[in-house]
Design a protein around this ligand. Structure first.
Ligand code: BG6
Ligand code: MG
Length: 216
C-alpha cells in the first residue's frame, strides 16, 4: 500500500531545465563545445559534477580538477542569476493543490532531488513546508539512476520502498525509482518515461492523490 510520495524537483515541481540550459550553454560556448537542447535533455536528473563530465566528454576536452571546480562554480553562479527572480508563479500546474490534498489524505511527502539548490528554490516558491523530509544533492552523492536519493527519502519518511511512489520527469529518475523497488509516475513524454507505472502530463490531470494511487 502506497503511504509516501517522493518528489523530484526540477521538471516536476518547477521547470528549471531552461535555466540549467542557459548556464551550461554559457559554459560550453566559453569552452567551444557544442551544447544544444538535445544535450540538455540528457542531463535531466543528473548531478552537477556528472553533467560537467558528460559535457567535457562530448567536447573531447580534458580539464584538471581545479578547472572543473572553477567551471562548476561559474555555472552555478550563472544558474543562480537565472533563478533569482523565481516565485510561486513558476510552480508547475496542479502541484500545489496535489501536495495539499496529499497532506490532507495522510500521505508522507519527501523531496528526492539531485540539486544542491533545492532548499532555496522551495523557499522562494513557498513550498518548503509542504515536505516532511528533504533529500537533495547536499545529502546524497550518487547521481540518478542510482536509487540512493529515493531510498534515503523512504528511510526519512519511515517507510519501506514498496510503500513509496516517486514522481519523476527524467528517464534516469524513473530508472532510479524502479531500481529502489518503488512505484513511479512519470511527468512528461511517454516515449522517454515509458518504464514508469503511469505517465501523466501534469498534476492538474489528476488532483486527487488517492485516485492516482488506486489507478496504478
Ligand atoms: C537535477 C537536474 O534535478 O539537479 C539536473 O535535473 C541538475 O539538470 C541537477 O544538474 C543538479 O542541480 P544543481 O542545482 O545542484 O546544479
Ligand atoms: Mg527532474
Amino acid at each position: 500500500m502506497i503511504r509516501g510520495f517522493l518528489f523530484d524537483l526540477d521538471g516536476v515541481i518547477v521547470d528549471t531545465a531552461k535555466y540549467h540550459y542557459v548556464a551550461w550553454q554559457r559554459m560550453a560556448s566559453a569552452l567551444d563545445i557544442h551544447f544544444g537542447h538535445e544535450e540538455n535533455e540528457q542531463l535531466k536528473g543528473i548531478s552537477r559534477v556528472e553533467s560537467l563530465e558528460r559535457i567535457l566528454t562530448w567536447g573531447a576536452l580534458t580539464l584538471s580538477e581545479e578547472e572543473k571546480q572553477h567551471w562548476m562554480t561559474q555555472k552555478n553562479a550563472w544558474y543562480l542569476d537565472c533563478i533569482a527572480q523565481m516565485g510561486a508563479e513558476e510552480i508547475l500546474p496542479g502541484v500545489a493543490e496535489f501536495l495539499e490534498n496529499a497532506r490532507d489524505q495522510g500521505f508522507k511527502i519527501s523531496l528526492g532531488s539531485a540539486s544542491k539548490n533545492a532548499v532555496p528554490i522551495l523557499e522562494r516558491i513557498g513550498l518548503l513546508s509542504a515536505f516532511d523530509a528533504i533529500v537533495d544533492g547536499t545529502v546524497v552523492s550518487a547521481s540518478k539512476p542510482n536509487p540512493e536519493v529515493f531510498l534515503e527519502g523512504a528511510r526519512r519518511l519511515g517507510l519501506p520502498p514498496e510503500a513509496c511512489l516517486v514522481f519523476e520527469d527524467a528517464a534516469a529518475g524513473v530508472e532510479a525509482a524502479l531500481a529502489g523497488g518503488m512505484a513511479c509516475v512519470g511527468l512528461g513524454d511517454p516515449l522517454v518515461l515509458g518504464a514508469a507505472h503511469r505517465v501523466i502530463q501534469s498534476f492538474s490531470e489528476i488532483p486527487d492523490p488517492q485516485l492516482l494511487v488506486d489507478s496504478l
